[in-house]
Ligand binder design. Structure first.
Ligand SMILES: Nc1ncnc2c1ncn2[C@@H]1O[C@H](COP(=O)(O)OP(=O)(O)O)[C@@H](O)[C@H]1O
Ligand SMILES: [Mg+2]
Length: 462
């Protein structure tokens, strides 16, 4: 139940149980994205509200949040899909500022070695305010390639590569002009970032990875990692000879699908499972383990870097889309974190991934209050951090911080053969995407029961 703050909310004071009893259905609002609408509309007991109607759950866009969040009263049970100041992590300049600050703090408190664990983002300068620092760095490394990215745009818009200072003069001129006319044209901030010149190539093509991380709370930090995700390939073979060709250098689907070589049926994605298997066959399982645990480090450190900055409101959760680039030494680099990762589907496989991802997100948001709070796995999500690292097996907590035990992450691992969560079937219906195919029969691991997936539910098979 959400209302403008000035109104008096009459539901206050009811106990949680009573309130739930009185709420026969969950009223939701959503932005018009097909996967999201399909999942929400098909969820048993959920009803859509339009316009000014009251809601219990809102998958809103960030512009709604900016304009309305501070004026909206939300009752205890209400949930909304972003944190108020999500941009601390999801704007390219703020993300880097927070990471730099966090790295300094680690160096002070825990030493250089610990601080070095934050060295997973390419050298970055905010423009125009760090222009002079950038020029100093630029001169130290003649001949290397840089990439300019607008801080708040997405889908590759406004991005260009450069090697000469003169190439960004036009951009500087533009910002100077707009400085003169401050009120009329707002200055668009950019970051200048070191371009990763040695991306890992498959079939001669560059790609980056999209990984989903769900944060339910910042204080304490509670974050889940989704097993599925994908690699996004460019259509054109990689070369450093033509830095102006966005089809070579930008792996965004929005860019690649405008390429003349794009095949709508083939698309430009690989599921993470396929990527993981490919790497294992080329480099062996140990190298893959190291790469994926380096990625875990990126997810956790980046969230920790904003832990004290983000307003940890119990009404908020956020499904982040991480962009990770892997280089030829199998080092993963964090490019950016998206607050509104694309949820539109570019193929049938993509539709399946995204609807499962959203269903599982809703399972964890748990408006229906089904979870016990002790789950380590829900659908395709694994609990990665719960005010500290989560171990894969029951055992003593790891007091050293990170390492010395196997973390509970399974990114890109096959979920076949392990179809259900250890979740009691009578309380819910959670399964990994592989088990969700209509008619698919699965055995509940815990109780040995046979279940069948019908119309969005798991039901016991007589
Ligand atoms: N530092 C970099 N080195 C190499 N490639 C990069 C770098 N930064 C961005 N890219 C490429 O450009 C694409 C878009 O950059 P990104 O930072 O994700 O911005 P956007 O918000 O437009 O998606 C990435 O998916 C990647 O292919
Ligand atoms: Mg991106």
């Amino acid at each position: 139940m959400s209302r403008p703050k000035i109104q008096n909310y009459k539901g206050c004071g009811l106990s949680k149980g009573k309130e739930r009893e009185q709420r026969a259905s969950i009223r939701f609002k959503t932005t018009p994205i097909n996967t999201l609408m399909d999942v929400l509309r098909n969820r048993p007991g959920w009803v859509e509200v339009k316009d000014e109607g009251e809601w219990d759950f809102y998958w809103c866009d960030v512009s709604w949040l900016r304009e309305n969040f501070d004026h909206t009263y939300m009752d205890e049970h209400v949930r909304i899909s972003h944190f108020r100041n999500h941009y601390e992590l999801t704007r390219k300049n703020y993300m880097v500022k927070n990471l730099k600050r966090f790295r300094k703090q680690l160096e002070r408190e825990a030493g250089k070695l610990e601080a070095a664990k934050c060295d997973f983002f390419p050298k970055t300068f905010e423009m125009p305010c760090e222009y002079h620092l950038f020029v100093e760095e630029f001169r130290k490394n003649p001949g290397i390639t840089w990439i300019m990215k607008p801080v708040a745009r997405s889908q590759g818009k406004g991005i260009f590569l450069f090697r000469r200072l003169k190439d960004i003069m036009d951009w500087r001129k533009d910002t100077r002009n707009s400085d003169d006319q401050k009120e009329e044209i707002p200055v668009e901030n950019y970051v200048a970032q070191r371009y990763i010149e040695n991306p890992y190539l498959i079939g001669g093509r560059k790609f980056d990875l999209r990984v989903y991380v769900l944060v339910m709370s910042y204080i304490p930090l509670r974050a889940w990692l989704y097993r599925d995700g994908f690699a996004r390939f460019s259509n054109t073979r990689f070369t450093l000879n033509s830095i102006d060709d966005q089809y070579v250098h930008l792996t965004n689907v929005a860019v690649q699908k405008t390429s003349p070589d794009y095949h709508p049926e083939k698309g430009c994605k690989w599921m993470l499972q396929r990527f993981r298997q490919y790497l294992a066959s080329k480099h062996g399982p140990q190298a893959v383990e190291t790469l994926f645990s380096d990625m875990d480090n990126i997810f956790i450190r980046s969230l920790q870097s904003v832990q004290k900055v983000i307003i940890s409101d119990k009404h908020c959760f956020e499904l982040y889309g991480y962009d990770i680039l892997v280089d030829q030494d199998l080092k993963p680099w964090l490019l950016e974190v998206n607050a509104s990762p694309s949820l539109t589907a570019s193929s049938e496989e993509d539709y399946e991934l995204k609807t499962c991802l959203l269903e599982d997100t809703l399972h964890i948001v748990d408006m229906e209050a089904r979870l016990t709070g002790r789950e380590k796995r829900v659908g395709g999500f694994d609990l990665m951090w719960n005010d500290g690292p989560v171990s894969r097996e029951e055992g003593p907590p790891d007091l050293s911080g990170m390492g010395n035990f196997v973390t509970n992450t399974h990114l890109g691992k096959p979920s076949q053969g392990d179809l259900l969560t250890s979740y009691p079937p009578e309380r819910g219906h959670m399964a990994t995407p592989a088990a969700r195919k209509p008619g698919c029969q699965v055995v509940c691991l815990e109780e040995g029961k046979e279940l069948r997936f019908v119309n969005g539910f798991f039901t016991a098979h007589p």
